[in-house]
Write a protein that binds this ligand. Structure first.
Ligand SMILES: [Zn+2]
Ligand SMILES: [Zn+2]
Length: 343
């Protein structure tokens, strides 16, 4: 019996050593990834409705800067709160301010602007409701998007006009910047440049190519597939990226998949399914050319529709459908609110 006990003890020690070793290896990988990173992305909101408190919004920064730009703004304060709880800002030197909470300091001092893809409420709700305690910053969007946001929300009826345009009285907290299509613009107080493109959706939507030196990251607002929308707008972006990739590195992307493959095209309302996304990415890959052109590209899936219905798990189903169709060697990531990702 003592022999058996001894053996069990030895096995336990071995298992423990092995787990420590695996954990260390995993840590090495994470550290290696962080060391080579160019961008940091914080997931403030991972879904495309219907859960208030978790709607499309991300923070992006160059790892060389302490300042973020928000990519859409469906959920801002709850997203920052959840991310603080999950230590997503552990690498950010946050200057303690006795007047403001940690989340308050992050929003007020470290978020330097908003890139809004389109005027739908699930992409701007967080910005609107946080505006009374926000600091002065820029809202960047395509001209048509800025116009719709001004007319719909910052009109003194839906919400006070916190911007410097449109219906008086203007409170001038947000300076509204119209982004030209296809032309890089610096994002004030960050290390990033942004180039905007138009996307097909029931209202005009947009994609943003962010540049940090010779590294690129692309964020897509809501979009339909070219085969459904017949406007060729995604083709324009794939062509642009493929050309830029001749001398720059694409580090990752956020793109939407709202519905499962089973959803008929006439009920997509300007959104993608796993199958349509993969068709688009194949088209992109053929433009980049070469052997396995998108191998290991990190593709973050946003805007999966949350549901209150029983017995449905759209996240799981969409992940399965994407994994089954992924013959491009992509790293498909289904993000979680509060998570930090590096690229
Ligand atoms: Zn949306
Ligand atoms: Zn939308």
């Amino acid at each position: 019996m003592p022999k058996l006990a001894h053996l069990i003890k030895q096995l336990t020690v071995l298992t423990l050593l092995f787990s420590v070793h695996c954990f260390a290896n995993q840590q090495d990988l994470v550290n290696e990834e962080s060391k080579n990173a160019s961008f940091e992305l914080i997931v403030l909101g991972d879904s495309g409705g219907i859960e208030d408190g978790n709607l499309s919004a991300f923070l992006l920064r160059s790892v060389k800067s302490h300042n973020y730009v928000a990519l859409d703004a469906g959920t801002i304060v709850n997203g920052i709160n959840q991310s603080v709880k999950q230590n997503a800002f552990a690498d950010l030197p946050i200057r303690h301010n006795p007047n403001w909470s940690t989340s308050g300091t992050i929003l007020r001092d470290h978020v330097k602007g908003y890139l809004v893809s389109h005027s739908h409420l699930d992409h701007i709700n967080g910005l609107l409701v946080a505006s009374p305690e926000d600091t002065n910053k820029n809202i960047y969007a395509l001209a048509s998007v800025n116009k719709m946001i001004g007319e719909t929300y910052f009109n003194g009826i839906a919400w006070a006009n916190f911007t410097d345009r449109g219906r008086p009285p203007t409170l001038n907290k947000y300076h509204v910047v119209d982004l030209p299509i296809g032309e890089p613009i610096s994002v004030t107080d960050t290390q990033l440049k942004v180039t905007a493109f138009s996307l097909s959706h029931p209202v005009e939507s947009s994609a943003f190519v962010l540049e940090n030196g010779s590294d690129m990251f692309v964020y897509f607002g809501d979009t339909g597939a070219d085969i459904v929308e017949k406007q060729g707008k995604l083709q324009v972006i794939w062509r642009y990226l493929a050309k830029q990739m001749q001398h720059k590195q694409l580090r990752g992307m956020v793109i939407e998949v709202s519905f499962e493959n089973e959803r008929p095209h006439n009920l997509l309302f300007g959104h993608l399914t796993p199958k349509l996304l993969m068709q688009e990415l194949h088209s992109f890959a053929s433009k980049v050319g070469g052997k396995a052109p998108l191998q290991d590209l990190k593709v973050v899936i946003s805007h999966i529709k949350y549901t209150l219905a029983n017995n449905l798990n759209p996240r799981l189903k969409i992940k399965q459908q994407l994994d089954e169709a992924n013959n491009l060697g992509l790293q498909i990531i289904i993000p979680e609110q509060g998570q930090k990702l590096v690229f």
